[in-house]
Write a protein of this length. Structure first.
Length: 700
């Protein structure tokens, strides 16, 4: 099985321990109330989830133990055995063994253990045979090499408790804490505004006592500000993970893929202790995988080509990472053939014939933008890594999601470098407050390269368009307020000009005033403005006034439309909408595994935590395919499927069921309700799942 990411392993172990804790309580409850059907059902569901997830991830020891416990409590459910003290002692020992195996998974990535003695006694117990408890305990202690004296066991438990150095906090709780800081910071801004008013009053009255109060107030505010930002940083750190989580697996990827391509390639990854936002890491893994595969397939030459070019047979892909303030710069470099800009130019002219003259005049920086257009490729042969319809356009989209930017540098015959620039965290948005037409807005710093103050004499007028020179380029300048109302061309004076960049295109955005640089938590758009594509959210300023946030790519797109051309016409005309898939499963680990597989294949994925949640979400949106677990609380996969088939919009929608129960009765029941595919958890594999989905979606 493919190497499991640290994130998924951590999630799996945490979930196993949560389910075990729930199971322990239910086991005790059943001792005093054996007829409690709800508790028994919950216990069986917990064991079933542990078994299914363990099977999917290849942790067979935990799978066998949880399956053995499941058999015991199925016998209890069928009244074959009773929940006695003897049973409690046996199953508690098995639960403890599962817990210790989960620790092994966390530490070593494997749960491999000799559990024959456990399984033998569990089989006897499930069959209703009487077993000797003392013999059982002696056997497992002998098997585990554990000293059984009560005092020493107590010491071990206390020591284990002392060894606990971390606790689990749900990401949603961390997000709540981070959001709360937005309110605190806004109140602090408000206090600063009051301080300004106090200064004015002090100057007016020239009162010495008031001056003392003002100074003390000022000192307290700045001390408070320091404390707030210090604690805020610590809160942000709670959801930060080392970037090596996504960098380390790339070495194995390069090794395996280079073998498939008959190339000799080594991967050099700079060791780093930089930690970034978990939300960013989830996207970054796919971005890096695409870029590394692109370097292997398009960049690095075959050993014969490299030898003929006077290079070493073995190519190199290097990944370096550095931090600048609150931003990360990540470089993916290969020493391959480099980009053939003339070939890119010709391909672009063929695809965008209406822009032929413009493309002929483009420099290398502008030509590189076409690499990120959907379906654009200069490679004619289709290989395992290329020609799948998933290319650098996906990379660009994912970079946008993490509020970053990407650029390409290349030298023919020497190699290519992709440079990623993105924030450490998405918890806050950095940007500047600006004024346009006397209204206040925020512009994120993500796409802003520089802020200039240009004199009237520095503008160059060509064909009724004002330009300025920036880094050797002529940059067209547009007045921001012209997007909102019809107005005559603004008389260019010494106004601030924000140099914005998107898709390797640059423009100057003229505003009336640039205020302070801020870092704030973004709030979603009010319902009435959700469809306003030029805005991406709101923040609150120091006066607690709502400040809209501009979406820079949309602003640039509208300004470029004013110039009579649209660089994304081909993409809009040819891009196929990716399928939208709903994953329904009560196990967070299972949802994370399936979502990771599907998103890496280019699908849009949403999830639901059980059948009821899945049914509600399917009513609110239309999905192209639904994947549902069989055993879930509140509503099983069978009942969910029955409900879906009664809805007009899901009468013919593909539904895939994932189940641990392969019995004929279960399969026939799902087939009766027109399930399109049934995947056994014992046969759950990435390729198997994707092949089934592609066939159902008509992609094969």
């Amino acid at each position: 099985m493919a190497k499991i990411s640290n994130d998924i392993t951590e999630s799996y172990v945490s979930e196993v321990r949560e389910l075990l804790e729930s199971a322990r309580k239910d086991i005790i409850t059943l001792k005093s109330n054996p007829q409690d059907e709800e508790t028994l059902a919950r216990l069986l569901r917990s064991l079933h989830t542990i078994k299914g997830n363990s099977r999917m991830l290849g942790h067979l020891t935990i799978e066998k133990l949880s399956h053995a416990l499941e058999d015991i409590y199925k016998s209890v459910k069928d009244n074959k055995i009773k929940s006695s003290d003897r049973l409690i002692k046996v199953v508690s020992s098995v639960v403890d063994k599962i817990d210790s195996c989960a620790t092994l998974v966390s530490q070593n990535g494997t749960d491999s253990q000799n559990i024959d003695v456990y399984l033998q006694y569990c089989d006897k117990l499930a069959a209703g045979e009487l077993i000797e408890i003392d013999t059982f305990l002696a056997d497992i202690n002998k098997n585990n090499g554990v000293i059984s004296e009560d005092e020493e066991e107590d010491d071990i438990q206390v020591d284990n408790l002392k060894d606990i150095q971390s606790i689990r906090i749900k990401l949603s709780r961390v997000n709540e804490i981070i959001s709360a800081f937005d309110t605190i910071i806004t109140k602090e801004f408000h206090l600063k505004a009051q301080l300004d008013e106090l200064k004015k009053l002090e100057e007016k009255l020239e009162n010495r006592e008031l001056s003392k109060i003002r100074k003390q107030f000022e000192n307290d505010i700045y001390a408070l500000e320091t404390s707030i930002f210090d604690v805020q940083e610590k809160a942000f750190d709670l959801r930060m993970l080392p970037i090596n989580i996504v960098l380390s697996p790339l070495e194995m990827t390069v090794a395996l893929e280079s073998i498939n391509l008959n190339k000799k390639v080594k991967c050099k990854i700079q060791n780093t202790d930089i930690a970034i936002d978990k939300v960013i890491l989830e996207q970054l893994g796919d971005i890096l995988m695409h870029l590394v595969r692109n370097a292997l397939d398009h960049g690095i030459e075959s050993p014969e080509e490299r030898t003929a070019a006077g290079k070493s047979e073995e190519g190199t892909i290097s990944i370096t990472c550095s931090r600048e303030s609150r931003y990360i710069e990540l470089k993916i470099t290969d020493d391959g053939r480099g980009l053939d800009y003339e070939k890119i130019r010709q391909k672009a002219i063929n695809l965008y014939s209406d822009r032929a003259e413009e493309i002929k005049q483009m420099g290398e920086r502008e030509l590189s933008q076409f690499l990120f257009q959907s379906g654009f490729s200069t490679k004619e042969e289709v290989s395992e890594l290329s020609g799948r319809g998933v290319g650098l356009d996906v990379v660009w989209s994912d970079v946008e999601k993490i509020k970053g930017r990407i650029k390409v540098e290349s030298e023919t015959g020497k190699g290519t470098t992709f440079i990623l620039h993105f924030p450490l965290s998405l918890s806050t948005l950095q940007g500047v407050f600006i004024y346009s037409n006397k209204e206040k807005y925020m512009i994120p710093s993500q796409h802003i390269l520089d802020i200039l103050y240009i004199k009237k004499s520095d503008y160059i007028s060509l064909q009724n368009q004002n330009y300025i020179r920036f880094e050797g380029q002529l940059i067209p300048c547009f007045v921001l307020s012209s997007l909102f109302e019809e107005q005559k061309q603004m008389e260019m004076q010494e106004f601030p000009v924000l140099i914005a960049e998107y898709m390797e295109q640059r423009i100057g955005i003229v505003v009336e005033q640039v205020e302070q640089y801020v870092s704030l938590v973004v709030k979603p758009m009010p319902e009435a403005l959700r469809n306003c594509s030029i805005l991406q959210g709101i923040v609150f300023d120091e006066h607690y006034d709502i400040v809209p946030i501009f979406y820079v790519p949309e602003i640039m797109q509208r300004f470029k439309a004013l110039r009579g051309y649209d660089i994304k016409k081909f993409e809009a005309a040819t891009q196929k909408r990716p399928a939208r898939i709903l994953v329904v499963d009560d196990s967070a680990t299972t949802r994370e595994i399936e979502t990771s597989i599907l998103e890496s294949a280019g699908y849009i994925v949403e999830d639901a935590y059980d059948g009821v949640d899945g049914l509600e979400k399917s009513k609110q949106k239309n999905y192209d395919l639904i994947i549902a677990d069989h055993e879930m609380p509140r509503m099983t996969g069978l009942v969910l499927l029955d409900n879906l088939r009664r809805m007009e919009q899901y009468k013919d929608t593909p539904v895939v069921v994932v189940t641990s129960d392969n019995s004929r009765q279960t399969v026939e029941e799902f087939e009766r309700l027109k399930a399109d595919a049934i995947i056994a958890k014992s046969e759950f594999k990435r390729r198997n799942l994707l092949n089934v989905l592609k066939e159902l979606l008509g992609e094969l």
